[in-house]
Design a protein. Structure first.
Length: 331
């Protein structure tokens, strides 16, 4: 089979599996009374209280299965980081549900866990003969970060996982934004795969495994979105958003393209920026830039529906992706 056909089968298989296991998982979460607690100041979401959370399991399973099929050192570490960050999110969700409040793990516990997992990912990148310390800069070439790649990659994992987590604030938003991200990244990775397949088969194999992760993420998330689009029947929870953030970071970092997170993942970045701007501006002036941060809540309070916000975020992600595809020609 051709590489494109194999990837298509991964996509279809991930979608079918995700859509098939969603209802049993949702029913299981309901039996466990794994309902979401809603922040008291987000009054427009009061009706969502009790909706099952931790639904990220639905799309994590297909991603893990495809990682095991396309078994390479890169896919193994990427899968491990997805599961590791997902476990941190699961513990956070579990504590929230167990004690019936919207505060899970303590801040220092999250920081320690995320630093540890990010350090593992960073050291693998540093030590891997397939990745190493180089970073692709469009129209410049590969720049060697030397030992600096370790703190750089750690920063990327921590920033990305938390940015995806912030974007997961309304029905379907983190999911549909991630679909756009992984579609574009799959295209970039395939272009890189074809360019290296004839000259460096080992590196090409690693790139293909990252492409497989990307297309399985698209299929798995689409299957999940059937039950997560407004009105949602299940939320991904921190279980899903942190795992998803790790996957978003892995396909970029492990293909030496971390800078594309800023363009393809522009809406994830904007979620974090909107929060930082809101907090700093309020501390200085005691006034707010947005009605509520992250930015999607501002749009919500302006009267935009959750579905329209999701379409807007997807469109802007694809525009950022189009820019990235042009820049990818210079790699």
């Amino acid at each position: 089979m051709t590489p494109v056909l194999i990837l298509f089968l991964y996509f279809v298989g991930a979608f079918i599996l995700s859509a098939s296991i969603a209802l049993p998982i949702i029913k299981g979460l309901k039996r466990l009374r794994a309902g979401q607690n809603i922040l008291e100041y987000v009054v427009q979401h009061e009706a969502k209280a009790g909706t099952p959370t931790m639904g990220g399991i639905i799309f994590i399973i297909p991603i893990v299965i495809v990682c095991l099929i396309e078994f390479t050192p890169v896919s193994l570490v990427a899968m491990s980081l997805t599961l590791g960050f997902g476990l941190v999110g699961f513990l956070d969700d579990f504590i929230k549900i167990k004690f019936g409040r919207n505060l899970g793990l303590k801040a220092y516990q999250k920081v320690i866990a995320q630093l540890g997992l990010s350090a593992i990912g960073a050291y693998f990148v540093f030590a891997s003969k397939h990745i190493g310390t180089g970073v692709n800069i469009p129209y410049v070439g590969e720049i060697d970060f030397s030992w600096g790649i370790i703190p750089f990659v750690m920063l990327i994992y921590i920033a990305t996982t938390n940015s995806v987590n912030l974007t997961d604030g309304i029905d379907g938003l983190a999911g549909i934004t991630s679909v756009g991200y992984f579609v574009v990244f799959a295209i970039i990775l395939m272009l890189q795969y074809f360019s290296k397949n004839g000259t460096n088969p080992e590196d090409a194999e690693q790139l293909f495994s990252l492409t497989a992760i990307s297309v399985s993420a698209v299929g798995g998330i689409l299957g999940y979105l059937i039950f997560n689009m407004s009105p949602a029947r299940v939320f991904m929870g921190d279980t899903g958003s942190l795992a998803l953030g790790a996957t978003v970071a892995s396909v970029a970092v492990m293909s030496k393209n971390p800078l594309f997170i800023a363009t393809i993942g522009i809406m994830f970045v904007w979620s974090s920026i909107s929060v930082i701007v809101q907090v700093l501006y309020f501390k200085i002036t005691k006034k707010r830039v947005f009605l509520m941060a992250p930015f999607h809540h501002h749009l919500e309070m302006k009267g935009m529906s959750e579905s329209r916000i999701g379409i807007l975020y997807l469109a802007l992600t694809l525009i950022g992706g189009a820019v990235s595809l042009v820049l990818a020609e210079g790699i």
